[in-house]
Design a protein around this ligand. Structure first.
Ligand code: GCW
Length: 683
């Protein structure tokens, strides 16, 4: 298939020179003593990858002897590798970790996992080294994933649609049943596992009528099939559930978490799920959020609601992911005292310490909703006694919907590196969610997936890089954007230095470009209501969603200060609270997120706000044009169908960025009456 189906697992054939460098290593696989589905996946992947890249068919044995072996081993096979590896290093491995070591004397490579999962991740690592043409000499590494939970949330509905999906339809469902293309799900599992992920919830967090029945015998056999596929790739299966299930499925007249019948209903239900899927991961719950049912209906709080479920899951080791995306979505725009940004912290912070051990709060990276730029959620680090996972959105809902190029790894890096000061300087978000600062039982990172059943998985082929990079970052948040980008480009398009340089640079600058021609200085929104695509400055301004910019003829921005605004800035730890509170220390890029300022306000760059808006919007379009011409220059170096598909997206992006530029610039010119210093065309 030519249109990107194989993604970064294309295992592109290597040149003769490259082949001769690696040939000595590629003859035989030594399998571990204990077989398992995960070991089998590792073996299959090695056979597939190596035959495709090197046209070598590996032999298989169970004893490590002679030369040219790829040795797959677990801690049970230590005698096979006796004297060749450092046993102290084995002791450093966690249940998914592995060590990889080259044995130059015998042209062999050892991949030793604490468990079979480590073998699988190590296998993908070895294949990545081959794909990127990295040296196999002198390898001596120990790898453990930094985050325990590395998850994806699919927002798939059983009718086949995907909420905020920009890549075709669901990979899992169609016509209110499971798809029968299990092979495609397997390929998806391979992709996710190769990037380092280990958990998937595959139905939408908005759980409608049919989806509510996923936890009934009507669908559980199919859920179990998906779980089988994922299990072979080290991935645990989770489902999103409807909080009102006791009413909708159980015929009870309440879903009150403190009601005995409700509690028993869930206990029985959970028991039933585990009869089908003994290692079921648990559930994701969107409760009391955007009209979804929840404990508020019964005068209970989120701890009551989640603990009730957690009790039912506890005997089976299951986890309850409880989303913190709770806010008033029926706000009156005239009401200036309510600030949606405050809501999650106001609801959840007071409950710290009240949640069961197997409840994990799932917190979006920012307090609003996955904008191109917003502050980080002040909940990170603020609940030392409550498990937390960070939620990103790989799906580009507000960042160009996979028609525009917007590579989000640099954004996620900034968020992970953001210092919360929760335990004084040096408490970045990555250290909160990886559990190194607080004694969390469960923690990690999750994200809304950007994939679907389009031939190339992600609509825009270059959007695959967001999915790949997301997984890599969850595995190791210390990887730089450049390293991740370099891997993805080489794995996907090969190692031609021109392609690597051009595509990498295009990806790395694309978030800034998108920000430049869309909503300025952290204010966000300004999109068309409902579908959220394309510019509409006042689209949400007089609506009920709490997403306002407050532009008038004098100025723009949301005053979230403690002194004169909504007080949101005060939810951060003091160092950050002070930085944001003060207009002079608030970073330019978030100025309008925290302050309402006149158009003539001078930024740190020396420009006025209005001139900054004009300049960035003109620049953004120029940058989009440059993206298109750089891509065009790669014709002949990229498979034709991928080249063409991406080119068409860039053509659209250029035109659409002009729409953004002209609407935004014109809007602010008309509001402010201030002309562009450079006299460019504003309508
Ligand atoms: O960003 C908003 C989306 C909704 C989504 C919601 C959420 C699943 O526009 O489509 O619903 O967030 O995260 O729950």
């Amino acid at each position: 298939k030519e249109n990107g189906y194989e993604s970064w697992l294309a295992y592109l054939p290597k040149s003769e020179v490259t082949k001769s460098n690696y040939k000595p290593f590629l003859k035989n696989i030594v399998l571990p003593k204990k077989d398992s589905v995960v070991v089998n996946s590792s073996k299959e992947e090695l056979l597939r990858g190596i035959s495709s890249m090197f046209q070598v068919e590996l032999t298989i044995s169970t004893v490590f002897e002679g030369t040219s072996n790829i040795v797959l081993a677990t801690a049970d096979d230590l005698e096979q590798v006796d004297g060749l590896i450092d046993t102290d290093k084995v002791a450093q491995l966690n249940s998914e970790g592995y060590l990889m070591k080259s044995v130059p004397e015998s042209d062999s490579i050892i991949i030793l996992g604490k468990t079979d999962k480590g073998i699988l991740y190590g296998t993908f690592h070895l294949l990545r080294l081959l794909q990127t043409e990295s040296s196999l000499q002198n390898i001596d590494i120990v790898e453990n994933p930094r985050n325990q939970i590395r998850m994806l949330n699919e927002w798939d509905n059983m009718d086949g649609s995907v909420e905020r999906g920009y890549s075709g339809n669901s990979l899992f469902f169609e016509d209110n049943r499971f798809v029968r293309d299990w092979d495609r799900i397997k390929d998806y599992a391979r992709m996710l596992s190769s990037s380092g992920l280990n958990a998937v919830a595959f139905n939408n967090v908005n759980v409608h009528e049919v989806e509510s029945k996923l936890i009934t015998p009507e669908f559980l056999p199919d859920v179990a099939k998906v779980a089988d596929i994922f299990r072979a790739y080290g991935i645990k299966t989770y489902l999103s559930i409807n909080y009102a299930s006791p009413i909708e499925l159980g015929g009870l007249d309440t879903a009150d978490p403190l009601d005995e019948n409700v509690r028993n209903w869930w206990k029985e239900k959970v028991k039933e799920i585990y009869e089908y899927i003994p290692d079921f991961g648990g559930v994701v719950v969107k409760a009391d959020s955007e009209h979804r049912p929840g404990p508020f209906t019964y005068g209970r709080n989120h701890a009551d609601g989640s603990n009730m479920l957690a009790e039912a899951f506890e005997p089976f080791g299951g986890i309850v992911f409880w989303r913190c995306f709770v806010y008033n979505c029926l706000q009156d725009w005239r009401d200036r005292s309510t600030d949606r940004a405050r809501a999650a912290y106001d609801h959840f912070k007071p409950l710290d310490g009240e949640f069961n051990d197997n409840v994990v709060l799932q917190i979006k990276n920012g307090p609003m909703d996955f904008q191109v730029r917003e502050g980080v959620s002040p909940l990170f680090g603020a609940m030392p006694k409550t498990n937390q996972v960070l939620e990103f959105q790989v799906a580009q809902e507000y960042t160009g919907q996979q028609r525009h190029l917007c590579y989000l790894i640099p954004q996620w890096k900034e968020i992970l590196d953001f210092d919360t000061y929760a335990q004084g300087e040096g408490t970045p978000i990555k250290s909160v969610v990886d559990g190194s600062k607080f004694p969390y039982t469960y923690c990690g990172i999750t994200a809304v997936s950007n994939s679907g059943n389009d031939e190339n998985w992600t609509g825009h082929t270059l959007a695959q890089a967001n999915l790949y990079g997301y997984g890599r970052l969850t595995w190791n948040p210390e990887l730089s954007s450049e390293e991740i980008t370099d891997e993805w480009v080489k794995m996907t398009f090969g190692t031609d230095p021109v392609v690597v340089k051009e595509v990498s640079e295009m990806l790395l600058g694309s978030w800034r470009t998108y920000e430049n021609y869309t909503s300025p200085l952290g204010v966000g929104w300004m999109v068309n209501p409902n579908h959220h695509y394309g510019p509409n400055v006042d689209g949400y301004e007089y609506d009920r969603w709490g997403t306002y910019h407050f532009a008038d003829w004098k100025g723009i921005g949301v005053d979230r200060t403690v002194a004169t605004g909504t007080g949101y800035a005060g939810q951060y730890f003091p160092e950050n609270a002070e930085m944001y509170e003060n207009v002079d220390t608030c970073p330019d890029e978030l100025l309008l997120f925290f302050h309402h300022v006149p158009y003539t306000h001078k930024l740190k760059s020396g420009k006025t706000v209005i001139q900054h808006i004009y300049d960035t919007h003109f620049e953004g379009v120029e940058e989009a044009e440059e993206l298109k011409s750089r891509w065009s220059s790669l014709e002949g170096k990229i498979p034709p169908m991928i080249f063409q598909g991406v080119l068409e997206r860039f053509e659209h992006q250029v035109e659409h960025s002009k729409e953004w530029r002209d609407i935004i610039n014109t809007y602010f010119y008309r509001k402010s009456g201030i002309a562009d210093e450079k006299n460019r065309k504003i309508y």
